[in-house]
Design a protein around this ligand. Sequence first.
Ligand code: FAD
Length: 403
Amino acid sequence: MSERSETSVGVIGGGIGGLASALYLLQSDFDVHVYERAGAVSDVGAGVQVSPNASRVLHRLGLAGELARVGVRPVAMHQRRWDDGRTLVRTPLGDVVVEAFGSPHYQIHRADLLAILARALPKDRVHLAHRLVALADRGDRVEVMFENGATAAVDVLVGADGIHSTVRGLLFGEKRPRFTGCAAYRGLVPAERLEHLDLELTTQLWMGPGRHFVHYFVRNQQLVNFVAVVEQDSWTRESWTDRGNVADAVSAFTGWHPQVREILHSVDETFIWALFDRAPLPQWSSGRITLLGDACHPMLPFMAQGAAQALEDAAALTSCLRRRRARPIEESLRLYETARRPRASRVQSLSETNKTRFHLPDGPAQRERDEQMASGGTAFSIKAVDWIYAHDASVLVAPTARP
Ligand code: FAD
């Protein structure tokens, strides 16, 4: 049972992690306010895979119906070879994951997911056009200041402000994330344009030398989302995300299977993202301030777990703070970090490993990988991801959290 109190929490950042944590905390009777630098809660036109460990968290927030309304449930994850389309491994999802883990695997438009979270929050809890620029931990409260001149004082501050987190920079010093040597073209194609391909209801991941391609349906199968990842030596653009050139994306996949090329050819516009990450941070919290999501564990999207881990953080943080009468806030935040850091770091490093695995040039190592995949011994077999999908982040600390 939660304890009613007036403990106030300021959440910096209205992305998936920030909104979900605000909702979780609000449902546990915290006095929560979200501060988002943008003038609207919105996201890029792209998809996101919501694995069972993440949908479990969203279901707990009472969002199962909303998710089912816009989400697409793939029947399988189909990993294929880049040129001839040969199946490397086909991992069942659909009802199989529901039976195995008690919650579904969804593919969702990011804007749909954010809208679901935003609708569930009372409007007066989300403050748009509030860019955090300064903070001070006074010991008994945290004071924050925004670019627009507004200020606030809260009992707990949560930095859910993404990979370039201002909160992290102010707490632990500014350190630029590292370029991973990969860039991703992302786009959405109206499904009716691709009807002739007769795409199956799977998440498809095509692996080839130095690149890979992922596509799946979102928004009630009205759109096909793709992510086309290419290796490159450096990132010289000013911004880390930019409008991409469709012709460049098509030419990067010369010689690939016609299905991949057809999807790329059919898109009207594409965005290119430089993929950055960080080595696991030694520390997430200081005093009454902590971090969540990409602010503390940005990762390559090669396990499709970045948003999922942010959602797990939201559930775990709430579990830790709920027993707030039993222990000081600082201790609750340490408990949260202790509970979450090893798991998030493990997913971070696995995501990095997948860069090599997905992008092997054709040759002996690739053949060995393909044989392993065929035998089911890879990171995408249901057995191998059990530790990720079966995890219930909200009960993570329950045994030690009791007063
Ligand atoms: P963000 O989504 O970055 O949100 C941070 C928010 O903070 C933003 O709204 C920003 O405007 C705001 N903000 C920043 N600075 C300030 C400030 N100073 N003051 C106030 N507000 C501020 N994950 C999955 O789980 N599944 C997938 O399939 C998947 N696919 C991906 C594909 C690609 C190509 C990429 C690049 C990522 C993918 N991810 C996926 C990862 C996922 O997108 C991120 O991990 C997730 O969005 C992180 O959420 P967040 O809330 O921590 O941060």
